[in-house]
Design a protein around this ligand. Structure first.
Ligand SMILES: [Zn+2]
Length: 68
């Protein structure tokens, strides 16, 4: 039984079935386009989480005694 949906990228009919490797898209092209847009949006968002990671890397390891 093939469930059919509208392709999220182009709106054409896409088969929601394991036989369609590009589901929920209709084709490889549409899936690639959607991923491209997703990464494009992500690239424009300031990487706040990356800044947090860098700050944590500058801190001494927790649990060390401080002799000062
Ligand atoms: Zn499509």
């Amino acid at each position: 039984m093939n469930r059919k949906i509208a392709c999220r990228q182009c709106g054409k009919q896409a088969i929601l079935d394991p036989s369609n490797p590009w589901r929920p898209f209709c084709s490889e092209r549409c899936k690639t386009l959607d991923l491209g847009e997703w990464f494009g949006e992500r690239y424009t968002i300031p990487a706040e989480s990356q800044d947090d990671f860098n700050d944590a890397a500058d801190l001494p390891p927790p649990g060390l005694p401080r002799h000062q």
